[in-house]
Design a binder for this molecule. Sequence first.
Ligand code: ADP
Ligand code: MG
Length: 336
Amino acid sequence: MKLSQIGEFGFIERFSKRFANISSNNAMGIGDDCAILPLDENYEQVVTTDLLIEDIHFLRSAISPGDLGYKALAVNLSDIAAMGAQPTASFLSIAIPSDTDVEYLDEIMQGYHELSTKYNVPLLGGDTTKSPDKLVINVCVMGKIQKGKSRRRSMAQPGDVICVTGPLGDSAAGLKMILNNIRPDNESKELIRWHNRPEPGINEGLWLAKQDGTKAMMDLSDGVASDLRHIMKQSKVGATIDIEKIPISEALKATAAKQNWEPEVLALTGGEDYRLMLTLDKDKSTEIIDRYNQQFPHPLTTIGEITESENHEIRWIKNNQSFKLTKEGFNHFGHQ
Ligand code: ADP
Ligand code: MG
């Protein structure tokens, strides 16, 4: 059997069961944005790691080394944000082809350092080695949070409202521009900027985890259509998403109109937005959203609701009608 037949998550499921025989000593592992380990009486530690491979996750010709260093750390900090935790340390392992210019590497580290400084995350170790021809970057970040306060994918309940912390689809549109060699104008260059240099929602995650009404939380790395399924599966719930409520940036609206793209499809199926997706207790949601919106630049936007459902299908609604979402776009239910 080939990996392509079971996919990334099929592979993870296959081997994770095998490790059930080893006691985790009250740690919680595979399946959330971070692992959670007991730290002391008052705190827990969260840990995440992510791998970036040249020509799979980035093209050297399409991202500056400074942005690459920034992004390598950002995608990990985003997983820390998704738990609602404070990052405390990072580790960087890098495999480098030997003909790489040192100046190029200096710039990677300059970008990595810039983001480390912004959130006060010391670089405490890593590994450096030669690679035959591709650049490989692996980052591990640790964080800490008050005991029992981290937000897991399993915490959603029927009736919760589903929210996102910023516009969706910018990164996917930026990638599409890069791959199709579309020359950026003033507006669309923002899309490429977000793709190459996403900002982790650390402050947003910390704030949200302090609110009692915040239930499940995760970061959007694969798009709502795929990521929401993790919350549904782990919380054993369903979801209805209102397509009209999906926040779309002005830059994406303008670029999609010019390129004849469907912005909602990019917003829901595109990856690497690194916005947070969370569920809120319905009764507390209005008040939480009001207070959130007073302090963060992008409004917390409600896009749907958690429902009672055994099968993990998402109901996509627009103008009170149900749609089916495929890679090609939205299809009217029953008219496939
Ligand atoms: P994220 O996108 O937030 O990094 P994923 O949904 O990609 O998380 O990963 C699902 C879960 O599987 C995570 O908890 C991750 O730590 C775990 N995981 C992925 N690959 C491996 C691996 N090779 N070994 C152990 N755990 C893994
Ligand atoms: Mg994640």
